[in-house]
Design a protein around this ligand. Structure first.
Ligand code: FES
Length: 67
């Protein structure tokens, strides 16, 4: 589990908060959309699984608030 101000993708300097923000603002639903928006995971790729996990959490949350 990441804190909001913790780096998830160190190469692109993206914190969990940054990733959550882009998912919410642009209503993203897939990792490839996040990658298009942020270039996350394009250097070493070790952050991909963590970003997918954050996306899952967000999608669950979106479902639970019915939107
Ligand atoms: S940590 Fe995300 S590409 Fe390297």
């Amino acid at each position: 589990m990441f804190e909001n101000d913790e780096f998830v993708c160190r190469h692109m300097q993206l914190t969990k908060g940054d990733i959550v923000r882009v998912i919410r603002e642009k209503e993203l639903t897939s990792f490839s959309e996040i990658q298009d928006e942020t270039d996350a995971g394009t250097i070493c790729g070790t952050c991909v699984a963590d970003i997918e996990e954050i996306l899952e959490e967000e999608l669950e949350r979106r479902k639970s608030i019915g939107n």
